[in-house]
Design a protein around this ligand. Structure first.
Ligand SMILES: Nc1ncnc2c1ncn2[C@@H]1O[C@H](COP(=O)(O)OP(=O)(O)O)[C@@H](O)[C@H]1O
Ligand SMILES: CCCC(=O)OP(=O)(O)O
Length: 359
């Protein structure tokens, strides 16, 4: 009888829910469920998606006949809690309260800890954790300036995957992450471009509702004067304006599709609108990489491209043709988030690290 302890990983993304089970470092179950804008528009707030996403997880585990009694660790993707240091944190009541109140912002990853905790509580001997949440903050003070003292730039990005890919890249060269200067680009539902200076992400675009390139479901940087005029025109509610920025912005606003794979298919089939907006997304991503290379004063060891859209050679090449002179470019398609969460869970299971306490 195989009674090896299992690690369950739950990763709610803006356009997907990913579930995986690991045993002894190997993945024994992996499922990605994609969500259309229509499916998610029935929910006003991210926290309203809790039951919907939780039921998806329970159903998938049931359909795959996963032995829940063998699960010891449940690791959820970490959401918008207070800005914290990189690491593994036990899910506690303070963290859950912060995620439910969502005073610092709403993103699907807020549900990771909540669903992980719910599942762990149903099981005989499991505990819930998060690792490297989207608010990992290693900014240099200069990066915090926005342009007005009432607004501070914050670190909000694909921290887990960016760090996992950067570490794996350094390891592949038999170098230390802490000795390298890298630009890491995550192409997901949102797009983040992070500057990794000797093991710390000292600057990154605010990939949720702050700034940066167009992405599948987000507008990225918008002309702020026009945005203000529209917000005060009386024509739109706060919720409508917010969904223009996150959820119904970007590719979705231009094409009616939030799935980059489908937009690309339409572009290849001759749809000019789809082609042009994909090209613009690559153009803006390349501009962001160029701008961030100045943070490292041009001394960039490598540019790493990762995330779901990095599976598209065509799209990556549209970016690479504009940035290849800055530094060598490496493409790591997909993301290592599930593996990275599982590896963090394994470190807790083996007692190699102690979880941090969120306060
Ligand atoms: N093979 C592929 N070619 C082009 N785009 C892809 C491919 N695989 C995934 N994508 C796109 O990558 C985008 C982001 O995916 P993912 O990183 O999984 O999203 P999320 O940010 O919701 O976790 C999606 O729009 C998806 O359509
Ligand atoms: C909030 C930053 C992380 C992010 O945008 O993740 P997704 O691309 O998965 O939505």
């Amino acid at each position: 009888m195989d009674n090896h302890p299992r690690i369950l990983v739950i990763n709610p993304g803006s356009t997907s829910t990913k579930i995986a089970v690991y045993k002894n470092g190997d993945v024994v179950f992996l499922k990605t469920i994609r969500h259309s804008v229509e499916e998610l528009s029935q929910f006003k707030r991210i926290s309203d998606q809790y039951e919907f996403r939780k039921n998806i997880v329970y159903n998938e585990l049931k359909n795959a006949e996963i032995r829940l009694d063998l699960i010891r660790i449940v690791v959820g993707r970490g959401g918008i809690v207070k800005p914290i240091a990189s690491g593994v944190y036990r899910v506690n009541e303070t963290m859950k309260r912060d995620l439910i109140e969502a005073k610092r912002g709403e993103h699907a990853s807020n549900l990771g800890a909540l669903i992980a905790d719910d599942i762990a509580k149903q099981l005989p001997s499991a505990e819930a954790f998060i690792a490297d949440p989207v608010v990992v903050d290693e900014f240099e003070p200069i990066a915090r300036y926005s342009g007005h003292p009432l607004f501070e730039r914050v670190s909000l990005f694909h921290a887990l995957n960016q760090k996992a890919i950067a570490r794996a890249h350094a390891k592949s060269l038999m170098r230390r992450y802490e000795d390298m200067d890298l630009i890491v680009v995550h192409l997901g539902g949102g797009i983040s471009v992070g500057v990794h200076h000797q093991g710390r992400v000292v600057d990154v675009n605010q990939a949720l509702d702050g700034d940066g390139p167009i992405s599948p479901e987000r507008s990225g940087t918008l002309p702020v004067g026009e945005l203000l005029k529209m917000a005060f025109s009386g024509k739109y509610t706060y919720e409508e304006m917010k969904s223009m920025v996150v959820g119904k912005g970007g590719l979705y606003a231009y094409t009616g599709l939030n799935n980059a794979y489908e937009v690309e298919k339409a572009a290849q089939a001759g749809d000019k609108k789809c082609y042009d907006v994909m090209e613009a997304m690559a153009y803006q991503t390349a501009k962001e990489i160029g701008a961030f290379s100045t943070v490292l004063k041009g001394d960039v060891d490598a540019i790493l491209i990762t995330g779901g859209m990095a599976n598209s050679k065509w799209f990556c090449n549209l970016i690479i043709e504009r940035i290849h002179k800055i530094a060598p470019v490496y493409v790591y398609p997909g993301e290592d988030e599930m593996k990275a969460l599982a590896e963090n869970g394994a470190l807790i299971l083996s007692g190699e690290i102690e979880p941090k306490e969120y306060v």
